[in-house]
Design a protein around this ligand. Structure first.
Ligand SMILES: [Zn+2]
Length: 407
């Protein structure tokens, strides 16, 4: 997900889907975090773990569960500061989440293209895998999260769990400089924390990629759709989406219901010659009205909420970012509402960052919460399956009982 500068203009990415036939155990890979619509189906045969020992239960305050490899296209002094900021962010998250397996991050610090010039950074899970949640619905889990469940049989993992890119063209401020932040500088530590949390799975699958494929006017949103051998496979959502509800006439309706309706728009395994044929078929189905309703909610303030799972750090609805018009893939839905939470302890996961202020300032303004990661954000991470001290036993998903797609 992209994290924008406050001065950013709305950027709509033209997503291109590359559809690759998969054999039996598909995973979805996202090679470019700035362009998650370019996902690829990969064959991920099941791996049987001989040794599913978790990392020893060391004192987490001093443990960094993140291993970061940085491709840094800048001078050595700056690159050193960046490495330090990554390590500090990794330690901060490791204090809050009870991680069991190391998380490998592939980070790049480089100049962005002109089209991406307003984007501070962007991150996406490297791979998402199909697992079945306890409500029996199969969803996509980011690899970083899937690993924490220590499943003794699981689809093959990619080398890295998270892909991250950071824009070298901004004026960055580092705490280690021991200097006052300038009005046009951005605190690098905020962006790193924000991006890593997206990589952990703070990410919705709902977007307009079905229509950007064919350069059409956006009329609806869908969760991810997939093909098997040029046949329609289904619509599927991320684990994050399980907890989303759309507010319609004061009623709260789970977005999973909309995914289920869209899934019926085309009979399973219908063959198509082209992606355009498929798109036209879905859009001419009576079920397309559900895609339209989600687009309407995603562009109307306070219309999509995250309802946390029981007994997590926050027990009230959390409003997501739905004030942007037009819909902005990468910014809409996958962040908390900027209008509501910018000045709270959950400032970290709003879609824009403001220059001239440090992480310490925002923590103080938010009420001096014990961590830069606020209680609503922790609750979202707990809901999708991360363990914490106060929520030590999240529900484990299982390997889908049938090969997926379920044919
Ligand atoms: Zn973001």
């Amino acid at each position: 997900m992209k994290f924008q500068s406050i001065y950013a203009s709305i950027l709509i990415l033209a997503f291109n889907h590359f559809l690759i036939a998969f054999a039996a155990h598909p995973c979805i890979d996202y090679p470019d975090p700035l362009n998650p619509g370019r996902f690829e189906f990969t064959d991920c045969p099941n791996i049987v773990e001989d040794d599913i020992e978790d990392l020893p239960n060391v004192k987490r305050e001093i443990q960094n569960f993140f291993h970061i490899d940085i491709n840094c296209y800048s001078d050595a002094t700056l690159c050193k500061k960046i490495k330090k900021a990554f390590d500090d962010a990794g330690k901060e998250i490791s204090k809050v989440l009870k991680l069991k397996k190391k998380i490998y991050v592939n980070a790049t610090f480089e100049s962005f293209s002109l089209m991406e010039r307003n984007v501070l950074g962007s991150t996406y899970p490297t791979r998402s895998i199909f697992l079945t949640s306890d409500d029996k619905i199969t969803r996509l889990y980011p690899q970083a999260l899937a690993k924490q469940f220590s499943l003794n049989v699981h689809p093959a993992y990619s080398k890295y769990d998270i892909n991250s890119r950071f824009n070298a063209d901004f004026g960055w401020w580092f705490k280690s400089d021991n200097k006052t932040i300038e009005t046009d500088q951005y605190d690098f530590s905020i962006v790193v924390l924000h991006e890593l949390i997206h990589g952990l799975g703070f990410i919705s699958s709902w977007d307009n990629s079905l229509e950007t494929n064919v350069y059409q006017y956006v009329t609806g949103l869908t969760s991810i759709y997939y093909f098997y051998d040029n046949k329609y496979g289904g619509f599927v959502e991320n684990i994050f989406d399980r907890y989303l509800k759309l507010i319609e006439n004061k009623k709260k309706i789970p977005l999973s219901d909309y995914t289920a309706q869209l899934d019926k728009s085309v009979p399973p395994m219908t063959p198509f010659n082209t992606i355009l044929q498929f798109t036209n078929r879905v859009k001419s189905s009576p079920k397309w009205k559900y895609a339209k309703l989600v687009l309407k909610a995603a562009t109307t303030n306070n219309s999509i909420i995250f309802t946390p799972a029981k007994r997590t750090s926050w027990n009230q609805d959390i409003y997501l970012e739905t004030s942007l018009k037009p819909f902005n893939a990468g910014s809409s839905i996958s962040h908390v509402s900027q209008l509501k939470y910018r000045k709270t302890s959950d400032f970290l996961m709003t879609y824009q960052q403001f220059p001239g202020q440090t992480l310490e300032y925002f923590i103080k303004r938010g009420g001096n919460y014990k961590s830069p990661i606020g209680p609503r954000i922790i609750s979202i991470l707990e809901s999708i399956g991360y363990a914490t001290d106060t929520h030590p036993n999240p529900v484990k998903p299982t390997l889908p009982s049938k090969k997926y797609p379920t044919m």
